[in-house]
Design a binder for this molecule. Sequence first.
Ligand SMILES: *Cc1c(COP(=O)(O)O)cnc(C)c1O
Length: 354
Amino acid sequence: MNINKLSRQNIQALTPYQSARRLGGKGDIWLNANEYPTSPNFDLTDRIFNRYPEPQPQAVVEGYAAYAGVLPDNVLVSRGGDESIELIIRAFCEADDQVLYCPPTYGMYAVSAETCGIACKTVPLTADFQLNLSEIEHQLDGVKVVFVCSPNNPTGNLLNRSDLLTLLQMTAGRAIVVVDEAYIEFCPEATMATELANYPHLAIIRTLSKAFALAGVRCGFTLANPELIQILQKVIAPYPLPVPVSDIAAQALQPQGLTQMQRSVAELLANRADLQKKLENLPLVEQVYPSQANYLLVKFKDGQKVFQSLWEQGIILRDQHNALNLQNCIRITVGTKGENERVIEAISALSGKK
Ligand SMILES: *Cc1c(COP(=O)(O)O)cnc(C)c1O
């Protein structure tokens, strides 16, 4: 008996998301998942575990709303930003609706859609990694959700604000526009949260996994107008956040936690500038793309060789060779000063000169 045949056909056909951890590797330098390189330190303060948690923990919702400059009823907390992607698809897409996204970009939009049995349309980013608005408009029939990512993972650039506004105008009354702001803390002035009042179909994804250095906690957010938030409330699990998760998230959103995050961001940006400059001086490097996030997309003469050689030395980066239009590119998460130096040393050693 082949149990696989009993699973849904779209699941039989599904290639699961190739998460950094799933790809494995044996290393002491992990720069493949855009995590913050060091961990903050929190103690559990809530030790009542026999009761179910609050469905939407008030301290986390209010803390995040205050931090994001919105009201508590503009906020939904979920198991990471990834859960938000799936909730939006499940809440808005009928079986024959489609989602649209713009590669090269984050892989979970496609995986979540396929898991739900929803077809995807793609409109590639332009050569400078911006939205192709006329083609998106052309493709909009049947599309219920448009996913865009700014700063975009893996390219690192912001999408033009005027393009995002045009996209919101062309989709009004037709589709939900999801702006994924997983990396917005590294360029906070670029947020679209200030536009929520103008666009009932705008949803913004946030997370504590990147600048807040809490990827292990699994806590993310959707920001949107109350009507949209209430629709997502209908499909989210009854108790999505474990007590220890909301305990730590609430602490991270206290003034002290926010100050710590902002200091971490400043330090990381200085290290990114330094890493970028050093990479640009290496003979094997063709191009370092400008970044507004905590990673750099780097084009090499022979990216496969660099990736493989560093992998074997225990320096685990994210290969982008198979992403659309990113041949020979590697995404390097900005690590600690020491980790970044090891990366530079390992790449310069490959070219035989320092
Ligand atoms: C990391 C990331 C997320 C969400 O991550 P979670 O850990 O699930 O919160 C969402 N979008 C992008 C583009 C990301 O890089």
